[in-house]
Design a binder for this molecule. Structure first.
Ligand code: GTS
Length: 210
């Protein structure tokens, strides 16, 4: 039995970055899939700390909050920078990913039809900071921070992949981000995961919009 269980709805959503991290680090995990019917019964929601999923367990440790889970796995597998300075820069990057993820989720779940055109038009402004961060680290040839992959890289990669689904050309004017997506996606274990039914068989979002 793998030590980890991800309890979540049958979507990639806020869990795909942690799945990518685990797969790339050669770890197994169990999926505890919660359908909307199960969720609507209310018992599980009532038992969750913030009334929301994902829930993540590592043996007898239960965690909520997708970014806290990513950071936990980052610490556990040495994917959280080599010193205080790198950790701080990783937090800067990951908080930026969270900000854009919230905007993306707002579009998907609240404003897709009316808001998509403007969202896509404004996307270069939202993506530019990540191109800047990459450039600041070894001219963009490496990871978002430092010379080792981090929890924030998996989170950023997922965010960029979902945006490429939303707007396939969105990285065309960002050569460093384009190369970064290609480079990370071709890491052997990550590549195998991204091609597997575990990834391809799940919708990105729960309402069918992407
Ligand atoms: N800050 C939380 C995190 O990062 O884990 C947000 C979690 C969240 O919004 N969960 C949603 C949920 O449980 C599902 S999803 O948006 O992540 O897909 N919704 C059901 C509910 O009853 O609130």
């Amino acid at each position: 039995m793998p030590p980890y269980t991800i309890t979540y709805f049958p979507v990639r959503g806020r869990c795909e970055a942690m799945r990518m991290l685990l797969a790339d680090q050669g770890q197994d995990w169990k999926e505890d899939i919660v359908t909307m019917d199960m969720w609507m019964k209310g018992d599980l929601k009532a038992s969750c700390l913030y009334g929301q999923l994902p829930k993540f367990t590592d043996g007898d440790l239960t965690l909520y909050q997708s970014n806290a889970i990513l950071r936990y796995l980052g610490r556990k597998y040495g994917l959280y920078g080599k010193d205080d300075r790198e950790q701080a820069l990783l937090d800067v990057a990951n908080d930026g990913v969270e900000d854009l993820r919230r905007k993306y989720l707002g579009l998907i779940y609240q404003n897709y039809e009316e808001g998509k055109a403007k969202y896509v038009k404004d996307l270069p402004t939202q993506l530019k900071p990540f191109e800047t961060l990459l450039k600041q680290n070894q001219g963009g040839k490496a990871f978002i921070v430092g010379d080792k992959i981090s929890f924030a890289d998996y989170n950023l990669l997922d965010l960029l992949l979902v945006h490429q689904t939303l707007a396939p050309q969105c990285l065309d004017d960002f050569p460093l981000l384009s190369a970064y997506v290609a480079r990370l996606s071709s890491r052997p274990k990550l590549k195998a995961f991204l091609a597997s039914p575990q990834h391809t068989g799940l919708p990105i979002n729960a309402n069918g919009k992407q």
